[in-house]
Design a protein around this ligand. Sequence first.
Ligand SMILES: Cc1cc2nc3c(=O)[nH]c(=O)nc-3n(C[C@H](O)[C@H](O)[C@H](O)COP(=O)(O)OP(=O)(O)OC[C@H]3O[C@@H](n4cnc5c(N)ncnc54)[C@H](O)[C@@H]3O)c2cc1C
Length: 562
Amino acid sequence: MAQTRQLDDSPTAEGFLPRRDFLRTLLAGIPAMALDWNSFPRGPSVARTGGADYDAVIIGAGLAGLSCAAAFARQGFRPLVLEQHTVPGGYATAFKRLGGFVFDVSLHSTGAGERAGVHDLIPGLPEIKGLEFVPHPYLYRAIFPGFDIRVPQRNTAKYAEILAGFFASEKDGIVGIIEDMKGLARDINRYSQSGGKADMATFAKDFPYLVKCSGKTWGQMLDARIRDPKLKSIISALWGYYGLPPSKLSAFYYALPTIGYLEEGGFYPKGRSQAISDALVKFIRERGGMVKLGARVERVILEGHVATGVATADGTEYSARVVVANANPIDVFESMMDEKEYLKDYLAKLRKMSVSLSCFQVFLGLKKDLVGELKIPDSEVFYSPGFDDDAAYRSLLEADLRDPGFGLMLYDNVYRGYSPPGKNTINIMSLQGYDHWARFEEDYGNGRKKEYRAERERIADILIKKVEEVLLPGLSGAIEIKEIGTPLTNWRYTRNYRGAIYGWDQTLDNSGPTRLPQTTPVKNLYLAGAWTQPGHGYGAVIPSGLQCFAEIMKSWKEAPPR
Ligand SMILES: Cc1cc2nc3c(=O)[nH]c(=O)nc-3n(C[C@H](O)[C@H](O)[C@H](O)COP(=O)(O)OP(=O)(O)OC[C@H]3O[C@@H](n4cnc5c(N)ncnc54)[C@H](O)[C@@H]3O)c2cc1C
């Protein structure tokens, strides 16, 4: 007889992993999580903190740190967020330059603001309503040699038709791979709605797509359906979003968000990504929480192997019932504490995990409406000079830009008024390895930036010329403001190790149960953000912060107030 029960540790039919880990692998990459707020304890917590200054100290005001703090504040607890930068948001920030230009540091597109037709909310925090998300006119445009494809918003059937128009003999495969992606999303939704319960006897039958895609790279998933290497590369045009080529990227991490974009659309918030971060900060402060900017945490204070607070660079100590690190875990465990022996195994694990690529960005303010003059309707464009994604990845790792591809954001086509009247704001982005920039590290830290600046100008010129050649003739002559971000810039403003933009690489080894959980070997120290489960991206890190809060609440429910 079929049994319904909680996940257990019995071996899977495949025999590779204990059942619970197998299922957790299957569930990696879930983009949003529904929280049952009523199930959590509530503050006020003066008595609960047991004399500590705060209920929670959060290191870092990235989206995950802020969403975690927002959850504490929502429940009436007292969180304190300490952020080293003078602006909250981590990568979800914007910066101003002369001429009225305001540049987004990261966001191109997200499904985060859109759930079931409601597009002004942050998943898990429905009380935050002040945000307006607008759809991109097209999901994206992909330009390859001989192919120029506009992917429509929320019309997967049309997308399949466009692809089949180019590759008639692959029609069944195209329908098949889309069905695989949809099936995977369906299985995951059903599974998560079941509240983590599954009937083991019929699991493979109940969740066939989950089982089928598990343990596969996106490349393997594609190989099962598509033969033409050009088509494989075109369908994988978004791999830059996830940081790895199909041969290395976990299938879940491509298939799930991509089908989410295709079916539900890609959005962008009015007021840029900064608006999301600011809305979270406002929410926290209105409920008595604190967000302190320009406060770099240097040390996690431990008593025995229990975290009791943090110390900032100016020597101030803050005690708290729990510490949550939105900062990268390598810094947290290697430099913010001296527990090499106690953390031996954990540190060894961290050192083995591969870190995601960084990026190189050119932010341009144009003195005229070049995009309008050229009648280009797109907001997001991916250009690839070829179809060999592995070769492209190797070039990016080495910062070899002899024949570069690029991602291009034309923000004025997302919403009117993005730039000052008659001007354009654009961003050219290329993924990039850190090693090329490591040689400038010391000089950069000491303010000796002459050679560093020359190198970044050289690379920026290559990218600008490429965009000019492929899409925007006259670009060089239209530039009013140019700002350049390198892997070292990423490190400086977010302290992400090696300027990583997606935390750990999203390989099979670094996804699911092998991606770091929110809990750590140090009691009362938790993690939230792109380096942890479920992964990177706006739609994942906000849930990661909430998941972290939920994890902490598990022990608070069990433990009586101190
Ligand atoms: C160029 C670029 C484009 C992207 N495009 C998209 C996109 O289109 N869609 C999408 O969904 N995702 C995109 N992403 C990914 C997304 O931006 C990230 O996954 C997400 O913002 C990471 O959030 P986080 O909370 O994990 O941490 P982070 O944003 O990395 O924030 C960590 C915070 O911790 C702070 N901190 C670190 N150390 C300390 C310390 N010692 N003391 C105090 N504070 C500290 C940092 O200053 C920072 O504010 C992009 C990323 C980049 C870089």
